[in-house]
Design a protein around this ligand. Structure first.
Ligand SMILES: C[S@@+](CC[C@H](N)C(=O)[O-])C[C@H]1O[C@@H](n2cnc3c(N)ncnc32)[C@H](O)[C@@H]1O
Length: 211
């Protein structure tokens, strides 16, 4: 697991210095935001479980996310504590995708991205009805909490998955990214991708239908 820690010393943890109308002036360009190439970043509010962050890194590799940011110290402390954790990111996506600890997610909005908060929030749009923006910064809440009202108020959209009860954090990231993929006009599918994506020991195939 690769941990990149980049604690900004500027604004406080609640983004106190970033006013609602200003937050787009604080955008950073993490990696080149190439014209026409959709840019997807994920923001995690104070996650606590390495197994979840690991799962989110794996999902980020599968769905071609460009970068992941998180706030808070809990993940970092738990990851360092050496407690037994399941290795979920077996594809080592965290070696390719930057995972960065920050004080304020709004300060790390990728250029031209829309802020999309994903949580069970009254008044939110059901994900099946949502049209994803080309460039998006999807923010998720912690395992034991919710995205704060301050961030919700600044979002371009707030979406939820109409589940019975809430999902696990990493599961919700997977569902969101799958929904984006399923609605994308640039989806590449087929046997070549299956061969490239599957495990080495997987040679199973669908039998051709008999006439
Ligand atoms: C375990 S949930 C935390 C509890 C959740 N905030 C609630 O009010 O029930 C962790 C995070 O997963 C995401 N999540 C879980 N279920 C979701 C759902 N049905 N729709 C949207 N986001 C969900 C949210 O980002 C949430 O903050």
């Amino acid at each position: 697991m690769t941990l990149t820690m980049a604690w900004s010393s500027r604004p406080g943890p609640n983004c106190a210095n970033v006013s609602p109308l200003e937050h787009r002036d604080h955008i950073h360009s993490y990696g080149p935001v190439i014209m026409n190439k959709p840019h997807v970043s994920i923001g995690l509010v104070n996650p606590k479980t390495p197994v979840n962050v690991d799962g989110i890194m794996r999902a980020s590799g599968c769905y071609r996310v460009d970068s992941v940011f998180y706030t808070g110290r809990r993940y970092e402390l738990a990851a360092k504590s050496g407690e037994a954790q399941y290795q979920v990111d077996t594809k080592a996506a965290a070696k390719r995708i930057p995972l960065t600890g920050v004080n304020c997610l709004l300060e790390h909005m990728p250029a031209n991205a829309k802020l999309i908060c994903v949580d069970l929030v009254e008044g939110a749009t059901p994900l099946p009805e949502f049209e994803h923006p080309q460039n998006a910064f999807y923010v998720f809440g912690p395992e034991d909490g919710t995205i704060g009202q301050q961030l919700i108020d600044r979002a371009d959209a707030v979406v939820y998955v109409p589940t019975v009860g809430c999902m696990n954090l990493a599961a919700s990231v997977n569902v969101l990214l799958y929904d984006r993929l399923a609605k994308s006009s640039q989806m590449i599918a087929g046997d070549a991708l299956i061969r490239q994506s599957r495990d080495n020991n997987n040679r199973v195939r669908v039998k051709p239908q008999r006439a």
